[in-house]
Design a protein around this ligand. Structure first.
Ligand code: ADP
Ligand code: XUL
Length: 535
């Protein structure tokens, strides 16, 4: 038995570029954190930023690379002194939408793992599709249209699933696999999301898909909380059996697989709680309140907020809420986040964030009217790719005159777009609004200052920028609560997070922000229409 004071909870995040883990104590204070960066720690998979882009433009990640990272990460946690025997529950998060295809018989392999050998050698032949399609892929447009027409149009699909069809969503991705890799699909016994795949590894059985991450598939009826048969049929044959059942995001799935008990000295009573998507997990890790909007600046940039009711969106997504399954969360995702910031940093600021920040701070708010929109990959909202620069008269220009103008144009353009689309989602700025920022770039004060200015709203940050893995650790504790005693999940969550440090004010908008950026948001809306028409 682990005593109350010694209890620990472990949260993972299978993100695009790395696998991360947080160990917290019973008061949810962080004790240990570790990560395995795919490109540098696992160079044999030849990923760039965790992904493989093939000639036909499809974007995948090697499934077995994620498996290999698990063994390495647990070793690293032990090396830094984490006593995994004190972990009473595990949960986690993962990049959303990506799919994993398990070969027939894989569950039996997971149940008879040999602790003296690595996980990845034993699971090497478990995946019928060795490279998992991930959220950055946008090669499934034809399957999106087919899905929408099968249910009576895009609006009807949004009514059922919370989103119109999106290329990266799992339904269209599965449809592409079923169509282009028929034998592999037929040999697939179970399809997991990256989150339920992560849970399966620890459980030693196929873990069910949870409501929140399941909402990112274009397959789940977000009101009835079950698979929609029309959507399943439109995507692939025999899909229901391959997806398995759905569970609330905080469901206890079972005990940890004995492999980890023997190999890493986990307690055999350690429980595995459902994993969920990284954005729902961030909502948990940030303890998001109703007057707050979260802006996550990771590989992708996302915006999300808590919603009591599901509303109909023509852009963006409604997901079932991970803490209270009768509530929802609204989300917008932008593909061109950190990677385009890094690209421009590398070409304009000597590969240094410090230099990038200096140049950004050297230019005035509003950038003398220069505006830029940069999409290295086809953006999700709006569906555009390319680089677009405009002078103060909205005339297109080929190049800006200096590195600092280019850098400010990039950052202002990114946040102006976010504000424009967040307003369409129903976000209103008022005197009590607050932005909570998270993700890799939320440490960068110069970037976050622009976020505060563009939204004309104070931005708070948490001590921990990795809210998705932290959310995984919180979810572990939330999951194993006594459900009779704590029947209201939200009240219980408030109780257990009462000792977590509050977000601190990081950047306050300058007085002239409204005057500068409100017109810029209007300009963005106009420019984006012109660009879309020309594309
Ligand atoms: P993910 O969880 O999607 O892997 P993270 O939230 O860990 O992503 O963020 C990773 C990104 O954070 C990197 O791609 C990097 O560009 C960005 N980043 C890290 N430090 C900084 C910084 N000081 N300024 C701006 N961006 C940063
Ligand atoms: C959300 C999305 C990304 C991924 C990767 O819809 O596609 O945020 O979850 O982080």
């Amino acid at each position: 038995m682990v005593s109350e004071e010694e209890k620990m909870y472990l949260g993972f995040d299978f993100s695009t570029q790395q696998l991360k883990a947080f160990v917290v104590d019973d008061n949810l204070r962080v004790l240990f954190e570790e990560f395995v960066e795919f490109d540098s720690a696992l160079p044999e998979f030849r990923t760039q930023k965790g992904i493989i882009q093939s000639k036909d433009k499809s974007i995948t990640s090697p499934t077995i690379m994620w498996v290999k990272a698990v063994d390495i990460l647990l070793d690293k946690l032990q090396i830094i002194g984490a006593d995994l025997g004190k972990v009473v529950a595990i949960s986690g998060s993962a990049q959303q939408h990506g799919t994993v295809y398990w070969q027939k018989g894989s569950e039996a392999v997971m149940q008879s793992l040999d602790p003296s050998s690595f996980l990845h050698t034993q699971l090497a032949s478990c995946f019928t599709v060795p490279n998992s399609p991930i959220w950055m892929d946008s090669s499934t447009t034809e399957y999106c249209r087919k899905l929408e027409s099968a249910v009576g149009g895009s609006e009807e699909l949004a009514k059922i699933t919370g989103s119109v069809a999106y290329e990266r969503f799992s339904g269209p991705q599965i449809a592409k696999i079923a169509h282009t890799k028929k034998i592999a699909y037929d040999n697939t016994e179970r399809i997991s999301l990256v989150s339920s795949f992560g849970a399966s590894l620890f459980l030693g059985k196929y873990a069910p898909i949870d409501f929140s991450d399941g909402s990112g598939m274009n397959l789940l009826d977000i009101r009835k909380k079950c698979w929609n048969s029309k959507c399943l049929e439109a995507c692939a044959p025999n899909l229901c059996g391959k997806l398995g059942k759905l569970v609330p995001s905080d469901e206890v799935l079972g005990y940890i697989n004995p492999y980890y008990v023997e190999r890493f000295a986990f307690n055999p009573n350690c429980r595995v709680v459902s994993f969920t998507g990284d954005n729902p997990a961030s909502l948990i890790g940030m303890c998001l309140k109703s007057n707050e909007i979260a802006v996550s600046l990771g590989t992708s940039d996302t915006i999300f907020m808590w919603l009591e009711d599901a509303k109909l969106l023509t852009e963006g997504h409604i997901l079932i809420n991970p803490l209270q399954p009768d509530n929802y969360m609204a989300m917008l995702c932008f593909k061109n986040g950190s990677l385009i910031r890094e690209k421009i940093r590398n070409s304009m600021a000597d590969r240094s964030w410090e230099e990038f920040s200096k140049l950004l701070e050297r230019t005035p708010r509003g950038n003398f009217g220069n505006m830029g929109l940069f999409y290295d990959e086809i953006e999700i909202i709006p569906r555009i790719s390319g680089e677009f620069r405009f002078d103060k008269m909205d005339n297109p220009v080929k190049k800006f005159s200096s590195a600092e103008t280019e850098i400010r144009a990039l950052i202002e353009g990114q946040f102006v777009a976010k504000r424009a689309h967040a307003e369409e989602l129903g976000f209103h700025i008022d005197s009590v609004s607050k932005i909570l920022a998270t993700g890799g770039a939320s440490n960068n004060k110069a970037i976050v200052q622009v976020l505060a200015d563009v939204f004309n709203t104070p931005v708070y940050t948490l001590k921990e920028a990795n809210s998705a893995s932290l959310g995984g650790a919180y979810l572990a504790k939330q999951g194993i609560r006594d459900r009779e005693k704590h029947s209201d999940p939200v009240l219980y969550f408030q109780e257990i997070t009462s000792k977590v440090s509050l977000p601190t004010l990081f950047c306050t908008p300058y007085n002239d922000s409204k005057e500068i950026y409100t017109p810029m948001v209007a300009r963005y809306k106009k420019l984006i229409k012109t660009i879309s028409n020309d594309n």
